[in-house]
Design a protein around this ligand. Structure first.
Ligand SMILES: [Zn+2]
Ligand SMILES: [Zn+2]
Length: 80
């Protein structure tokens, strides 16, 4: 079921730093940053922020950028 959604581009797979696969119900066309809330553990897609350009050393090819920003989300900041 989830795989079907994933293939249709309706959701995408997010692998967190602790090795847990989460799904984000956001349609995405481009690579983007993810924000992880350390309080509620939710993962938010930051589609509006440009990915930082990463200069790889000689001999390395970058195929995917999987960056996570950690902090406290909007909701947690509101209800702390
Ligand atoms: Zn939160
Ligand atoms: Zn995302």
């Amino acid at each position: 079921m989830l795989i079907a959604f994933e293939n249709s581009g309706l959701i995408h797979r997010v692998l967190t730093s602790d090795g847990i696969i989460r799904y984000s119900f956001t349609r995405t066309e481009k690579e983007h940053l993810h924000f992880v809330c350390d309080k509620c553990k939710s993962i938010i897609c930051l589609n509006d922020i440009d990915l930082p350009k990463i200069d790889m050393p000689d001999g390395y090819t970058l195929s995917k950028t999987d960056l996570f920003l950690h902090g406290t989300c909007k909701l947690c900041n509101k209800f702390k």
